[in-house]
Design a protein around this ligand. Structure first.
Ligand code: G3H
Ligand code: ZN
Length: 285
């Protein structure tokens, strides 16, 4: 089926009380791993690309790969992750992305609202959806870097104002998760999440979700998280399988015989996440 927007996958998630996985891709094998997992788990899916992924693979390649992947019965969203550059966001919309994130979290509230609102007006006119971010999530996600000192948890009252004034379709919040590999076990501010979820109707997004224990993820979903971003867990599974395949087969010169293991390892990780998020089994065919 044609690519869908966040609304088509997140509205049923709100009604059903589960979260939809948003998985980062960089190349063909990862796109295939994501769609294969969605098919195996009968799950709707969000395939997202960061600005770094677009720089690496090329906008046309990413768009074409995900369009081909969506040529099946899985409701699939093509979403820009952490768009910090207005022009890049516009290029993605023109290329056929059905959803974009505008990450204005580094700006003061007023400026973040202004920028996000501008993107919402254009994206909505083009039939696409928008995710905004309020608060500041720690760690490194490709081109977005936030040190521990700069982390800012989302203020619930500001979240109400941000959602109302911007008209976004999904809200990314900071409740203690971080991008990249965790050094210890992260402590999430569930109370803050609960307060925000009670005040805000817009689906809430959890970033930096790799490495969060499954039970904490389940609790976050119970409290109102409806989109969950996973990147690092896929990268690690992909590269570790690659390393092992190279080590086990030092004479192998066929890239396919190495990459097939990476693709399978990524699929396995993604399938598990879909089960934990509750989106597994949510489509009929
Ligand atoms: O935007 C992408 C996600 O927040 C990824 O975070 O690398 O910790 O899974 P992660
Ligand atoms: Zn993120």
């Amino acid at each position: 089926m044609p690519l869908v927007t966040l609304n088509e996958v997140l509205k049923p998630a709100v009604v059903g009380g589960y979260a939809v996985g948003a998985f980062n891709c960089n190349n063909m094998e990862i796109v295939q791993a994501i769609i294969n997992a969605a098919k195996a788990e009968k799950s709707p899916v969000i395939i997202q690309a960061s600005q770094g992924a677009i720089k690496y693979a090329g906008l046309e390649y990413i768009t074409a790969l995900v369009k081909v992947a969506s040529n099946c019965s899985i409701p699939t969203v093509l979403h820009l992750d952490h768009g910090t550059d207005f022009n890049q966001v516009m290029r993605c919309l023109r290329a056929g992305f059905t959803s974009v994130m505008i990450d204005g979290s580094k700006y003061p509230l007023e400026e973040n609202i202004e920028l996000t609102k501008r993107v919402v007006e254009i994206a909505h006119a083009m039939g696409a959806t928008v995710e905004g971010e309020l608060g500041r999530i720690g760690g490194v996600e490709d081109q977005v870097r936030v040190s521990e000192r700069e982390v800012l948890l989302t203020d619930p009252e500001e979240a109400v104002r941000f959602v109302e004034e911007t008209g976004i379709d999904a809200l990314a919040i900071a409740i203690g998760t971080a991008h990249g590999v965790y050094r210890g076990i992260p402590k999430l501010d569930f109370e803050r999440l609960e307060t925000i979820a009670k005040k805000v109707d817009t689906p809430i997004v959890l970033h930096g979700s790799s490495g969060i224990p499954d039970d904490d993820i389940r609790k976050a979903v119970q409290l109102g998280i409806r989109k969950i971003n996973i990147d690092t867990n896929i990268r690690v599974a992909f590269v570790e399988a690659n390393r092992k395949a190279l080590k086990d087969n030092p004479e192998e010169i066929d890239p396919r015989k190495i990459l097939v293991h990476s693709r399978e390892a990524a699929t396995k990780v993604i399938r598990h996440k879909m089960q934990v998020f509750g989106c597994a089994g949510k489509i009929n065919s």
